[in-house]
Design a binder for this molecule. Structure first.
Ligand code: ATP
Ligand code: ATP
Ligand code: MG
Ligand code: MG
Ligand code: MG
Ligand code: MG
Length: 269
């Protein structure tokens, strides 16, 4: 019978490995675009920062937060996004492969789905993809240091890219010359090149580019008018207020204390 046959084969399930994430830890899933250096050139991204591409990344991350369970904060820059699941999450029994693949596929399909809203007449030339990894952080300090690490990476890359492309676009250097010019320079040297040669104060550059994007849940009240029918009474229109939440975008420092003091409910105990 088909049932006999199925039970004969079913032992293969025992070859599946257990990838349950350790309890109590924050689960971080980080995605990164595959070969986006090439993807950005082929799709005419403006350098150093294409705001359409950043907007599309953030829209896709918002869709991940809305469609999946238990994500408390997300942080994105360039072609990467990190998603933090609350430490008590039991979604998919904390199976790493389930969480990671749901994040990666929800994000990738949203990137394609919303492409036209951001790139308009620029066609999407081939299906982009994103790799994923899972990392567990047992303490609030470890999680904060993880997010600080990604924001520090954003800062270093953006400072470099800002000077590099200013030297090329405004200074008339070739990309090879700009690379040579920046070899061995420190952050202070890069700030100085921008300021003395191009009258640019790096701190006045856009916060989106300098800090990356933080996505959080923000609570708000929503009032709708409901038609209610009480027993033995006329139908009435009654205002009903509900507590709702929506995803909020921030472009601020998350390394210092201030952000965490202003958002004490993100981290649990
Ligand atoms: P890998 O597959 O190993 O991740 P990669 O080519 O994607 O390779 P990354 O280190 O992830 O390399 O770098 C992503 C690259 O994508 C950046 O260096 C930059 O050239 C480009 N890029 C990503 N987002 C933007 C953007 N918003 N504007 C301009 N360029 C971008
Ligand atoms: P989960 O998220 O747990 O996987 P699911 O609803 O996707 O839930 P599955 O066990 O994966 O559940 O079953 C997929 C279901 O999708 C099938 O039961 C069937 O109803 C539907 N389905 C998938 N492919 C087809 C198809 N080609 N034609 C009709 N129905 C389909
Ligand atoms: Mg890489
Ligand atoms: Mg990449
Ligand atoms: Mg990257
Ligand atoms: Mg299914």
């Amino acid at each position: 019978s088909p049932n006999m046959a199925k039970s004969k084969f079913e032992y293969v399930r025992s070859f599946e490995t257990d990838d349950t994430c350790l309890r109590n830890c924050y689960i971080v899933v980080r995605l990164d675009g595959r070969n986006f250096h090439k993807f950005s050139e082929q799709h005419g991204f403006t350098k150093p920062n294409d705001n359409r591409a950043l907007g599309l990344m953030t829209r896709s991350a918002q869709s991940v937060m809305e469609e999946l369970e238990d994500i408390i904060i997300a942080y994105g820059q360039s072609d990467e996004f990190s998603f933090v699941f609350k430490r008590t999450s039991n979604w998919f029994k904390r199976r790493a492969s389930k969480l990671m693949t749901h994040v990666a596929s929800q994000f990738s399909s949203s990137y394609v789905f919303y492409w036209k809203e951001y790139f308009e007449e620029q066609p999407l030339l081939y299906p982009p993809s994103f790799d994923g990894r899972v990392v567990l952080y047992p303490t609030n300090r470890n999680l904060r240091d993880y997010l600080s690490w990604r924001q520090a990476d954003c800062h270093i890359n953006n400072l470099y890219n800002t000077v590099f492309w200013t030297l090329v676009q405004k200074g008339g250097l070739t990309t090879a010359q700009a690379e040579d010019r920046l070899k061995g320079t420190l952050a202070a040297d890069k700030n100085e090149i921008l300021f003395s040669e191009f009258d640019i104060n790096y701190n006045n550059e856009s916060a989106l580019h300098r800090k990356g994007t933080i996505l959080l849940w923000k609570k708000h009240e929503e009032t709708v008018i409901r038609r209610m029918k009480q027993p033995n009474a006329e139908e009435k229109e009654v205002p009903v207020t509900r507590s709702k939440r929506r995803v909020e975008n921030l472009y601020c420092d998350i390394i210092g204390e201030q952000f965490w003091e202003e958002h004490p409910d993100i981290l649990e105990e």
